[in-house]
Write a protein that binds this ligand. Structure first.
Ligand code: KG4
Ligand code: ZN
Length: 324
């Protein structure tokens, strides 16, 4: 079964064709990132105007690249929430139009669950049930999945999302946007034990809070700049990046494995843009080995917003029988 996926929840316009929820035949991602960079974050009006301009062409390219005619598509799966309202509307309206004109069934898919599905590509069998951590620019959430129809939310962030904390910290350090990859690169040369940063505690042990650590970085940087006539040296930036990144990852690990323990789950799936971070993957893998838990990641390319994960989830949701 061929599913056409459409994803427009943030700054990307993406369309993909996936066969049987497993084989990615095409996955075109057009980003308007370069138009947002000078503003230090995504500007919703720019995002949806660019998506309006590109959605038709991107979908066309995805179908052409898949090498199958449109009439072979059996289902359209489109992201319906959460995301930027105007951006979501572009994708949903386009998908509804295509569905009506071609008489194709349409399924609306949750963006966070799509990020979880991204970790399923390449697996022979879905590793159900499992605990899932989604770490993106807008969300940091833990779920328990019996299957993709039965998902229980376990925890979420109380303030900033994890990716948002990376982006805001990068902004404080004057690094640019998006902050995650820039911090990861500089952290490689820094000492992760050089400074003492903490993530704030939360009332519910599984919930997350990242605004405190971002503010701690701000005060720390302001203190240095005051002492050094407004200067922040590269070595200091690297140490801040390394300590910030390490502290955030340790918190994600502690909460995710606690969720596994509470749910008696031996399987953990990690998805979302921040899951592309190599240090995060390395640390999750070694913690999982120590605890006898299997951890699954989407490939780094599929951690970012893309339509293949939306098509994959759509296929899975369209199957009412027992999961694979
Ligand atoms: O999932 P995603 O592509 O979009 C949302 O649904 O939000 O995630 C984007 C987020 C951004 O905040 C970005 O800084 C972060 O993922 N990110 C990273 C890395 N690559 C992207 N964070 C840490 N390390 C990375 N290598
Ligand atoms: Zn996302």
């Amino acid at each position: 079964m061929y599913v056409l996926g459409i994803e427009t929840s943030c700054d990307e316009t993406s369309a993909a064709v996936v066969k049987d929820g497993k084989e990615i035949l095409s996955n075109i991602v057009a980003s308007s990132l370069e138009f947002h960079k000078k503003y230090g974050g995504v500007v919703p009006e720019i995002a949806f105007r660019k998506q309006l301009e590109t959605i038709s062409q991107v979908t066309d390219s995805a179908i052409k690249a898949a090498g199958i005619p449109l009439k072979k598509i059996s289902l359209i799966s489109v992201t319906n929430e959460p995301g930027l309202l105007g951006s979501l509307l572009v994708g949903i309206s386009f998908a509804r139009g295509l569905s009506l004109s071609r008489d194709l069934p349409l399924l609306e898919a949750d963006h966070l669950y799509s990020h979880i599905y991204a970790g399923m590509f390449g697996l022979k069998k879905l590793p159900l049930p499992f605990v899932a951590l989604v770490v993106s620019g807008g969300h940091t959430s833990l779920f328990y999945l019996r299957d993709f129809h039965r998902i229980t939310p376990l925890a979420a962030t109380q303030d900033d999302a994890c990716g948002e904390a990376f982006d805001k910290t990068a902004k404080i350090l004057g690094l640019g946007y998006p902050g995650g990859p820039l911090i990861e690169r500089l952290a490689k040369n820094g000492d992760p034990k050089s400074i003492k940063f903490n993530c704030s505690g939360t009332k519910h042990p599984l919930n997350f809070s990242f605004s405190g650590i971002k503010t701690a970085v701000l005060y720390y940087v302001n203190g240095i700049k005051k002492r050094q006539s407004g200067k922040l040296y590269k070595r200091q930036t690297e140490d801040i990046c390394a300590t910030f990144q390490e502290t955030v990852i340790d918190t994600l690990i502690q909460k995710s494995f606690l969720a596994c323990k509470m749910r008696r789950s031996k399987r953990l799936v990690v998805g979302g843009g921040v899951a592309a971070n190599n240090r995060l993957r390395e640390k999750f893998n070694s913690a999982a080995k120590e605890k006898g838990i299997s951890v699954y990641f989407a490939s780094p390319r599929l951690c970012m917003d893309n339509a293949a994960m939306v098509a994959g989830l759509g296929y899975q949701l369209s199957r009412r029988d027992t999961p694979r």
